[in-house]
Design a protein around this ligand. Sequence first.
Ligand code: PEP
Length: 248
Amino acid sequence: MRFLIAGNWKMNGSRPMLAELDRIAEAAAAYLTVEVAIAPPFTLLADAGPRAGKVLIGGQDCHPAAKGAHTGCISADMLVEMGARFVICGHSERRAEFGENDALIQAKATAAQAAGLVAIVCVGEDEPERNQGRAVTVVAAEIDRSVPLASTPENLVLSYEPAWAIGTGRTPTMAEICEMHAMIRAKLIQLLGEEGARVRILYGGSVNPANAAQILACPDVNGALIGGASLTADSFVPIVNAAADIVR
Ligand code: PEP
């Protein structure tokens, strides 16, 4: 299974920031065992595509409907038209800021897959849920409700992102990450049959050049979703390099 190292630029960047993409694309060209992806703001998609080389370009969100009266929204087909290959569905910031729930996220992922995109479906507990010992149960329930049942390893990536670890510099212990990813693997097999064994599972939450090698070495961690450290090539490329150094 190829590693996937995906960057989420969130609401950051205007055209000059595409110089970072140029450098990321140069580094990504060297690797066969690592797939690299960047989700810039919608406004940069059109300009990013021609400069991305082997880097997959994608959206940070999409609407479940194909078109219609949904002011401010973007459909999966519109992303495809801009050269997107994937879309992030249900990032914890969308869940928290915009009240997105599992049913909506499942609908978005279904629309994305129907349009030919890879859906990166995000799940993860918040801090009280972790402290109450409920993290595994919460994440299992989110997967049950947000993963489209017709998903395949080709059109689904699952990203485990504990909300309390995003942008905080804090991460779960390695044992906690490995335990969660093992549960997610079992859950995907339960939902999707043996194809679930080939769905890539990313870890996201304060991944940086210093901790990437250790996190990526965990069995069933098949890559990472990266926010802050994806904003510059200087901090993102070492994470890509760390993935390339791991032989499985
Ligand atoms: C994210 O937003 O998905 C994320 C993991 O952010 P950060 O790497 O900044 O914690």
